[in-house]
Design a protein around this ligand. Structure first.
Ligand code: NAP
Length: 339
């Protein structure tokens, strides 16, 4: 079987995070329902990912897949493929668990669902606090962060971080926290370079983990004029030079910027492809050429959250519908009683 060797980035608490991990969000269909029909394929692809050498898995309470993700990890431990300490497992606390004490309840529930004793990393999924009824609870994320510091102190997690925090939210958090987050997980890709945020995080020893790293190249609606697409000549030429696909060029670019990535795929072929980006190097000119695709275009704006306190993005556009129910209430992950 093919194997990949994935390098690691050092975190500010001395731990190491593999520079590329396996993402487990199944995505949504056009009715804004999570594509649960792909769950079996996700389980197979994730098992394969660990077999070929992935050692980092990204999940969340929201994703509805914690039980299956936990099962795969435990099975791979039983099979002797990995030890628990070899795999870096991240989960996230959803928006309706932002009261300080609810953070611990959420983390304990995630541990129970996954059948694990600890997480390597737990993230505050978003800076906003929104009840299951869609009410803006306006809980300050600094208060929520104290709940994160508590679960760290209690040993339920080895490190704590945030997600979808913008630059000013990061500055405010770092000015007031006792424990500096190890990670800020944000959308980052060729069209959304996040230069200021990445520079600030680097200067302050916070590792950036990127999601939706293919941006509008893969499976997303985007303006026709937005480049690169999969057939972009610059990308194809680089792919030809290094014998890589354009998606591999995109992942490699982020790695050379010091950004960890967590691409999701339910295809074994693409699981292997995505992790096969550590055997070539883009030169400085090529990095500069790729940087020019950064036009600040965000794929995931979630405009239905724009009026909630601490919504992090500028220019959300027009909200044409309310928060999809699937982002507020769901079955099987401890809030089944709401459906
Ligand atoms: N913190 C947050 O708010 C947040 C938000 C979004 C995502 N995330 C995390 O980040 C992970 C990745 O983000 P994402 O799921 O938005 O997007 P992604 O990994 O950038 O893209 C996933 C899409 O790309 C396809 N794909 C994967 N590899 C490919 C390749 N080599 N060539 C062509 N197509 C490929 C997948 O299809 P196939 O499955 O069919 O291959 C899927 O349609 C998520 O799974 C989740 O863990 C976090």
């Amino acid at each position: 079987m093919a194997k990949v060797n994935i390098p690691k980035f050092k975190l500010n608490n001395g731990m190491e995070i593999p520079a590329l991990g396996y993402g487990t969000w199944l995505g949504m269909n056009d009715k804004f329902e999570v594509k649960m029909e792909d769950l079996t394929k996700l389980v197979d692809a994730m098992s394969y990912a660990i077999d070929v050498g992935y050692r980092h898995v990204d999940t969340a309470h929201l994703y509805r897949v914690e039980p299956e993700v936990g099962l795969v990890v435990r099975r791979k431990i039983t099979e002797g493929v990995v030890k628990r300490e070899d795999v870096f497992i991240t989960t996230k606390v959803w928006q309706h668990n932002h009261r300080e004490a609810d953070v611990e309840a959420s983390v304990r529930a995630s541990l129970r669902r996954m059948g694990l004793d600890y997480f390597d990393l737990v993230l505050m999924h978003w800076p906003m606090s929104i009840s299951v009824e869609g009410v803006d609870e306006k809980i300050d994320y600094l208060d929520t962060w104290r709940g994160f510091e508590t679960v760290l102190q209690k040993g339920l997690v080895k490190s704590i971080g945030v997600s979808n925090f913008n630059l000013s939210q990061m500055k405010r958090l770092l000015a007031h926290c006792k424990v500096v987050p190890v990670v800020n997980q944000v959308e980052i890709n060729l069209n959304l370079g996040q230069e200021d945020l990445v520079s600030y995080c680097k200067a302050n020893n916070v590792q950036v983990v990127g999601f939706t790293t293919f941006g509008s190249m893969v499976g997303r609606a985007a303006p026709a004029t937005l480049q690169p697409k999969m057939d972009n000549p610059t990308m194809l030429a680089l792919g030809k030079k290094y014998n890589k696909t354009v998606t591999q060029i995109a992942l490699r670019y982020l790695y050379q910027r010091g950004v960890a990535t967590i691409p999701k795929s339910i295809s074994k072929e693409r699981v292997l492809e995505n992790a096969s980006v550590f055997d070539f190097e883009l030169d400085n000119n090529e990095m500069a050429t790729l940087a020019k695709f950064d036009v600040g275009y965000r794929t995931e704006k979630a405009p239905f959250w724009q009026h909630y306190e601490n919504y992090p993005f500028e220019d959300p556009g027009v909200a044409t519908f309310e928060i999809p129910l699937s982002l507020r209430k769901w079955k099987d992950c401890d809030n089944y009683e709401f459906e």
